[in-house]
Design a protein around this ligand. Sequence first.
Ligand code: PLP
Length: 395
Amino acid sequence: MGDKLDFIREEMERLRNEGLLITIRRMDTPPGAWMVVDGRKVLNFCTNNYLGLATHPRLKEAAIKAIEEWGAGPAAVRSIAGTQRLHLELEERLARFKGVEAALYVQSGFCANQAAIPPLVGPEDVIFSDELNHASIIDGCRLSRAKIVVYKHCDPEDLEEKIKEHLPNYRRGLLVTDGVFSMDGDIAPLDKLYEVAEKYGLITMVDDAHGEGVLGRGGRGIVDHFGLHGRFDIEIGTLSKAFGVVGGVIAGKKVIVDFLRQKARPFLFSSAVTPADTAACIAAVDLLEESTELVDRLWANANYFKSEMKRMGFDIGASQTPIVPVMLGEAPLAMEFSRRLFEEGVFAMALGFPTVPRGKARIRVMNTASHTKEDLDRGLEAFHKVGRELGVISG
Ligand SMILES: *Cc1c(COP(=O)(O)O)cnc(C)c1O
């Protein structure tokens, strides 16, 4: 008889053989444009610190002050004794910033999807979900036990066909889509999806984790980008990416947010976010409301990087945002490319199956406002060198 854990060894061996085993690197410094990673100083294109807020003095100061005033942790779930004034203040500020009636702050973007979806739909209902939706949306959908119907990526026509086919068999329907797709950097056609969903009376939900602080006026997100204020029922966001801290937000109609305060399981059964994190998030909203400078710089950097990559002959897929996928095909090539970049002092992640479909492995570059022109040129130079060396580009 074999060891009961042999299945793990076999699966790990399989991942290793297929070049799918992920290397988990150790960060030795905070997430800036340059970081020390596994003891080596490298140019960082991996973190989601779009606006450089993770290390911003105003956020650090707010966090330290909150610890002095409030202590380290809230020691309770939100619904019992964990709702501190800071949480309510952040929720009001986020609602105002985004131009919605109400907002609920939860532990993470991942939690936000688990919090929002199951109370809205159950086994008698149907969810229409984009085929490339984020894992946390997929898990939130599964937890609801509703029927999940997957429509073609960013395809309102396919959505409509699927609605016609399935909606009559169910009590109610929910449309859910990523706003910005984190693996490709493309943007959901929210206006067209909304039109279809509205026609059939679906509840509408968008997860704007990579659009929060990036898209829309001064980073107000994807609903603002499309001018759909008051139309989308629920906007999920994260405070862990552009906002530079940690946490998730569910923003939208007051009737929904009030309902979720009664029903959302991460809100009811998992402790509230710490005062330090909450206060730092408030400081991030302050900064975004004061100036669009960081958002503007982020886009200028991204546009420069993308046009130079294209000029060199790289395939950067369908990117419409500061997320730049450098399409390479097979996972072992992407891994090798990433490893060589690291040797050249550039930290950019290789993504393979199951994070992206088989045969669509890539390097993903995350642009930020923290990079200088010299940093970007340094990164481009490394891409040029490794790209030629590995036969990806010819120039
Ligand atoms: C990153 C991401 C999340 C998770 O957000 P966290 O705050 O890191 O938990 C959720 N949804 C989407 C679409 C994301 O890209």
